[in-house]
Structure formats: structure tokens, C-alpha cells
Write a protein that binds this ligand. Structure first.
Ligand code: PEP
Length: 248
């Protein structure tokens, strides 16, 4: 039985004060320990949040991690640096990174490996654009995104990783994939892994991301291969994020 996971991706929003208030609001409403929960904050808020979240069930994550371990890489933050501040997770390959900052399948795979080398659980984002979906290329795109990470890290690395299926056309657009559309791709991803290692496939958590909100979370989370969510916009409001968490 896989334990569900809900992760908030705060992106480049808020101030330190608003981040702390949001984290406090979430912690206050966690209630029963029915699933795992985390927030991925901007880098500069991580030190303060790591203090605030100490001993809490709300885990901390980063929105990215460098593809190298250290050295002359201006502007990057290494996995070791994140580890020092208690980050449990790091998102890698978010579509906004792939689209606006040139992250490639290969650099995403390197980030994935860097995170794992510091015992940080990578949350690997995969997903197709609208154009790719319309051309029936969804599964081919997923294959390419997965192949690069499997080539770099090996299939066993997915024992300590999370995958987020995030159709690019659904991110921040208000357009959610239907429960069935999401399930179809989640099942495909699990099948991709099962073809290489059945036990890894049964264990890996595959989250859905893309305009998830309190109104549609229950239906998505009821699907057999959807193990939780990566939540953008709705994670910026404690009440909405908690409603999503409690709908698991
Ligand atoms: C995301 O950015 O990972 C995301 C899912 O965003 P939103 O929920 O706002 O679509």
C-alpha cells in the first residue's frame, strides 16, 4: 500500500513573513496523519522554514537543485546545501524550468542524481504540452523524459523518488486533466517502470499536478494510480491546500 503525498509548489511567490504565516496555517490544520505532506518554498525562505517546520509533519522541499555538486556555477544551489537545511524533497524538471530556463532531459537527470546523492527525494516532473497531446505524442514524450533519468540513475533509484505527472497544458491554466485522462497516463508511467522492475513500480508514488484544487482533488485521488498531488496555485492558500490534503 502506497502512502499518499501532497506537495505544495509555492513557486516565486510571497515574502518571508507570508511564507511563515502560510506554513503556520498549514501546520495548524494537519490533523490526522493519513498522508505525507510537504511544501517546496523559494530557496531564500528555506533556512527560516526549516526552523519553523522542525518536528512537524509538514516536510520541506526545494523547487530545484543544481546538476553539479559544487564549484563555479553562479546562481546555483547544491543538494548538499539543501540537505544542510533539512530539505526532504527537491522538485526536478518542472515544466517551467524546462520551458523558461532550458532544463533538458539530461540536466534534469543530473539534478535527480545530485538530489539522491544527498538523500533528498527528487520529485521528477514529466508531462506533455498541448501540442504534443494533440499529435498523440504523450506517451513518447513521457518515455523520453523517463529514459534519460533511468539511463543516468538506474531503475532502482526510483525506490527513493517521486514522480509527478504534470500535463503542461493544465499547469496554472485552470484546465485540469479529467480523472480518466490523468489515470491513463499514471497507469502508463507505472507500466513503464513495471516493465523494468515490478516491485519498484508498485512502490513508487506518482502525483498528479495541473490546476488541482479542492473541487477536483477527490476524484483525481480516487484513481488507482494517482498517489497524491503536486499543487501550485492552490497551495498558496492554507485552507485550499488543507482541503486538498484532507480529500485523500
Ligand atoms: C505546478 O506548478 O506544479 C502546478 C501543478 O501548478 P498549478 O496547480 O497552479 O497548476
Amino acid at each position: 500500500m502506497r502512502r499518499s503525498l501532497v506537495v505544495g509548489n509555492w513557486k516565486m511567490n510571497g515574502t518571508l513573513a507570508s511564507a511563515e504565516a502560510l506554513a503556520k496555517g498549514i501546520m495548524a490544520g494537519l490533523g490526522s496523519d493519513h498522508a505525507d505532506i510537504a511544501v517546496c518554498s523559494p530557496y531564500v525562505h528555506i533556512p527560516a522554514l526549516s526552523q519553523l517546520l522542525k518536528n512537524s509533519k509538514l516536510a520541506l522541499g526545494a523547487q530545484n537543485v543544481a546538476d553539479k555538486s559544487s564549484g563555479a556555477f553562479t546562481g546555483e544551489v547544491s543538494a548538499a546545501m539543501l540537505n544542510e537545511f533539512g530539505c526532504k524533497y527537491a522538485i526536478v524538471g518542472h515544466s517551467e524550468r524546462r520551458t523558461y530556463y532550458g532544463d533538458t532531459n539530461e540536466s534534469v537527470a543530473a539534478r535527480f542524481c545530485q538530489a539522491q546523492a544527498q538523500n533528498i527525494i527528487p520529485i521528477l516532473c514529466v508531462g506533455e504540452t498541448l501540442d504534443q497531446r494533440e499529435k498523440d505524442e504523450t506517451f513518447a514524450v513521457i518515455d523520453e523524459q523517463m529514459d534519460a533519468v533511468v539511463a543516468a540513475a538506474g531503475i532502482a533509484a526510483f525506490n527513493t523518488a517521486v514522480i509527478a505527472y504534470e500535463p503542461v497544458w493544465a499547469i496554472g491554466t485552470g484546465k485540469t486533466a479529467t480523472d480518466e485522462q490523468a489515470q491513463e497516463v499514471h497507469k502508463y508511467i507505472r507500466g513503464y517502470i513495471a516493465a523494468k522492475d515490478r516491485s519498484v513500480a508498485e512502490k513508487i508514488r506518482i502525483l498528479y499536478g495541473g490546476s488541482a484544487k479542492p473541487e477536483n482533488a477527490k476524484g483525481l485521488f480516487a484513481m488507482p494510480d494517482i498517489d497524491g498531488g503536486l499543487i501550485g496555485g492552490a497551495s498558496l492558500d492554507a485552507d485550499s491546500f488543507l482541503k486538498i490534503y484532507h480529500s485523500i
